[in-house]
Design a binder for this molecule. Structure first.
Ligand SMILES: C[S@@+](CC[C@H](N)C(=O)[O-])C[C@H]1O[C@@H](n2cnc3c(N)ncnc32)[C@H](O)[C@@H]1O
Length: 512
C-alpha cells in the first residue's frame, strides 16, 4: 500500500535521481530469512526506501530482542513511513549512509541506489572519509552501489551475514575487481543468486539483478550459484542456502576476470568455446537514431510528394523493425518498400531555407513535436543524429530467435535496431560475423547477455552485444568463404537450411 501510494505520487525522474527501485517482498523475505538464521541482534539497512527489509524481518516474529538501524537520504519518502516512527526496535536516520560513522552489525540487508558517482553531489567530501574508514583508496569507482557494498562489508561483525542486491553486470566492471578480490580472498562470498527472468520478479529493474550472500566467518567454502527463473521458484524455496544449482571454488572465480560469462556458462547449456573473443574486437554496436518524434520524422513516399520535400532533405531509413522481414536486406527490398509506400525515409534537414521544409517544420511545431523530451533539448529541434548505414542490424527487442539482418543498402536506422559499425579488423569479416550471429551457437552465446522482460521477450542494449563473445580472427578466417557466400545467397529463401549450414561452419571452427 505504502509502495503503490508512493509510486503514484512520485515522478519516475525523481525516483531515478535517488536510485529508488524497490525490492519485491518475496525477495525481501528470502533475504531476511537468510540473514536471521544465526539470530542477529543488530541489523542494518543502509538504503531503507519504504522499509521492505524491516517489514519482512518483523514478519518473521523472531523470538529474541533485535534492533534495526537504517539510513535513508530522501526525506520525501520518509514521510510515507510515519507509522514506523513509534517502533522501538527501529532507528531510522534521515542521512546519507556514505557519510555515516562506522558501526558494526550482525546482519546487513541492502538494495543500494544504483547510479553513477558523477550524480552524487557530495562525492568530494565523502570519498576521503570512507577511504579513511576502510583504510583503502577508492579509485575508479563509478557507481555508488559499489561503495555501499565496500562500506557495508566493513561493518559486518564476526560471523555476521550480509544480503546485497546488485546488478549482475557489476561483476564485469573494472571497479568491481577490487571488491571481488576482497569477497574471494576473505572467504566472504557464500552464494550468488541470479534472476534469469528478472522482469517477472523485478518489474522495475532496468538491468539484470543478482543477490550476493556473504558471511564474515573466514571459512573457506565453495561458492553456491543459484538460478531463479520466476516467482514460483522463490515461493518454493524453504532454505535458500540449500537451493543452488552449482558450486565453484575460489580459483574458479578469479577477481581479474569477468564473472558473468563464467557464471552464465554454468547456467546456460551453451558454453563459451575456447579462443572466443569479445564482439567489440571487431567494431561497435550503436543504438539507432532517436528522433524523439517518429511520427514527424518517419516519412513515406506519398507524404514526401504531398509535402514536396526534395531528396536533399530526406534520407533512406529503417524506421520500424517490421519493415525488414528477412535476414538479408537489399536495394530490391528497399525499392519494394518504397513502392508499397512504407515509411522508409526520414526527414534530414539540410536546406533550412527550402520553403517546403520550412512549412513542414512549422507544421511540426504547431503539433508540439518540438516540445518533446528529446526534441526540446536539441538545437535545432529537428536536427537528426549522425549515423552511417550499418552492415549488420540487430533487433532491440526479440522474442525467441534473435533478429539479425545483413544490410546491403544505404538506409540508416532508428532505435528499433542497433547497428554494427566495424573497425579495421571487422571490416572484412562482416559476412562471417553475420553467419555466426544467425547460427545456434551464436544466438545462444549472445543470449547470455540478454535482459529478460518476461513472456520470452528479450532486450539488448548495444553494450550487451559488444560484450558478447564470438570467434577470434583466426577462427573467422578459417571459415570457408564460398560456404559463407552460399548461406547469404539462400538465407532469405530457406532460413532453416541456412541456419543448419551456419551451425556446421561454426562447429567446424570451434572443433578444429
Ligand atoms: C534501490 S532503493 C531500495 C529501497 C529499499 N531498501 C528496497 O529494497 O525496496 C535505494 C534507496 O536508497 C536511498 N538512498 C539513495 N542514496 C542514499 C544515500 N547516500 N544514503 C542513504 N540512502 C540513500 C534512496 O532514496 C532509495 O530509497
Amino acid at each position: 500500500m505504502r509502495k503503490s501510494d508512493y509510486i503514484a505520487n512520485t515522478s519516475i525522474s525523481y525516483r531515478k535521481d535517488y536510485g529508488q527501485f524497490f525490492t519485491p517482498s518475496l525477495v525481501g523475505y528470502m533475504m531476511a530469512k537468510w540473514v536471521t538464521e544465526n539470530q542477529p541482534k543488530t541489523i542494518l539497512d543502509p538504503a531503507f526506501g519504504l522499509g521492505v527489509f524491516y517489514e519482512e524481518i518483523s514478519k518473521l516474529n523472531l523470538q529474541y530482542k533485535w534492533h534495526f538501524t537504517a539510513y535513508e537520504i530522501d526525506n520525501k519518502i520518509l514521510r510515507y513511513l510515519d507509522n514506523l516512527k513509534k517502533n522501538n526496535n527501529l532507528t531510522l536516520f534521515n542521512q546519507d549512509y556514505l557519510a555515516s560513522d562506522i558501526n558494526y552489525y550482525d546482519a546487513i540487508l541492502c538494495n543500494p541506489p544504483y547510479m553513477r558517482f558523477q550524480k552524487f553531489i557530495n562525492r568530494h567530501n565523502i570519498l576521503p572519509k570512507i577511504e579513511q574508514q576502510i583504510g583503502k583508496k577508492l579509485v575508479g569507482y563509478s557507481n555508488i552501489a559499489s561503495i555501499f557494498l565496500i562500506k557495508a562489508l566493513q561493518q559486518l561483525n564476526p560471523d555476521g551475514r550480509l544480503a546485497f542486491i546488485l546488478p549482475f553486470e557489476f561483476f564485469n566492471t573494472g571497479y568491481g575487481k577490487e571488491i571481488k578480490k576482497t569477497l574471494i580472498e576473505k572467504h566472504l562470498l557464500k552464494q550468488i543468486i541470479i534472476f534469469a527472468n528478472e522482469k517477472d520478479i523485478f518489474p522495475d529493474a532496468t538491468t539484470t539483478i543478482c543477490i550476493l550472500l556473504c558471511q564474515n566467518d573466514r571459512l573457506k567454502q565453495n561458492i553456491k550459484i543459484t538460478n531463479i527463473n520466476n516467482t514460483q521458484d522463490i515461493q518454493a524455496i524453504s532454505n535458500i542456502s540449500e537451493y543452488y544449482h552449482y558450486q565453484l571454488n575460489n580459483s574458479q572465480l578469479p577477481h581479474h576476470k569477468k564473472w558473468t560469462p563464467i557464471i552464465l556458462s554454468l547456467i546456460s547449456e551453451q558454453k563459451i568455446p575456447e579462443g572466443f573473443c569479445k564482439l567489440s574486437e571487431y567494431g561497435t554496436f550503436k543504438r539507432g537514431i532517436a528522433t524523439g518524434a517518429n511520427d514527424f520524422f518517419a516519412l513515406n513516399k506519398s507524404k514526401i510528394d504531398k509535402l514536396q520535400i526534395n531528396d536533399n532533405n530526406i534520407c533512406l531509413c529503417i524506421t520500424k523493425s517490421n519493415l525488414i522481414k528477412k535476414p538479408i536486406f537489399t536495394n530490391n527490398d528497399l525499392e519494394l518498400l518504397v513502392r508499397q509506400d512504407k515509411p522508409i525515409y526520414c526527414l534530414n534537414v539540410k536546406e533550412i531555407n527550402n520553403q517546403a521544409v520550412l512549412n513542414y517544420i512549422k507544421l511540426g511545431e504547431e503539433k508540439g513535436y518540438h516540445q518533446r523530451y528529446l526534441t526540446k533539448n536539441r538545437k535545432p529541434w529537428y536536427k537528426l543524429e549522425k549515423r552511417e548505414p550499418a552492415p549488420i542490424l540487430f533487433g532491440v527487442f526479440n522474442r525467441g530467435r534473435l533478429k539479425v539482418i545483413r544490410n546491403f543498402t544505404t538506409a540508416i536506422n532508428l532505435t528499433c535496431y542497433h547497428g554494427f559499425y566495424a573497425n579495421l579488423f571487422g571490416k572484412n569479416l562482416i559476412d562471417k560475423l553475420f553467419i555466426y550471429l544467425i547460427s545456434d551457437v551464436g544466438q545462444n552465446i549472445i543470449k547470455m547477455n540478454k535482459r529478460s522482460y518476461g513472456n520470452n521477450l528479450d532486450k539488448f542494449e548495444p553494450g550487451d552485444l559488444n560484450n558478447s563473445y564470438c570467434p577470434n580472427v583466426e577462427q573467422l578466417n578459417f571459415m570457408n568463404e564460398q560456404e559463407v557466400n552460399k548461406i547469404i545467397e539462400i538465407v532469405n529463401m530457406d532460413k532453416k537450411e541456412a541456419i543448419i549450414m551456419s551451425n556446421k561452419l561454426i562447429e567446424k571452427i570451434i572443433n578444429d
